[in-house]
Design a protein around this ligand. Structure first.
Ligand SMILES: [Zn+2]
Length: 69
């Protein structure tokens, strides 16, 4: 006997039917799944590419040039 079960979408909280047909479970839609994936992707991107240290490295040469002139 098949009982339909619903879970709350982790992204928007909408009720999602937990069935074989719900391909985006536990999310309610592809959009909510992508939003959640995007959040994880930007977190790891921030760790992998430190933009601040890159800006710091570019600053000293400019300061030195200003002192000389
Ligand atoms: Zn959702």
């Amino acid at each position: 006997m098949a009982t339909s079960r619903t879970v709350a979408c982790p992204q928007c909280g909408a009720a999602v039917e937990w069935t074989e047909g719900s391909q985006w479970r536990p999310f309610c839609s592809e959009r909510c799944k992508l939003i959640d994936f995007g959040g994880w992707a930007s977190e790891s991107y921030r760790i992998a590419v430190p933009e601040e240290s890159d800006a710091e490295a570019a600053t000293p040469p400019a300061d030195r040039a200003r002192e000389r002139s």
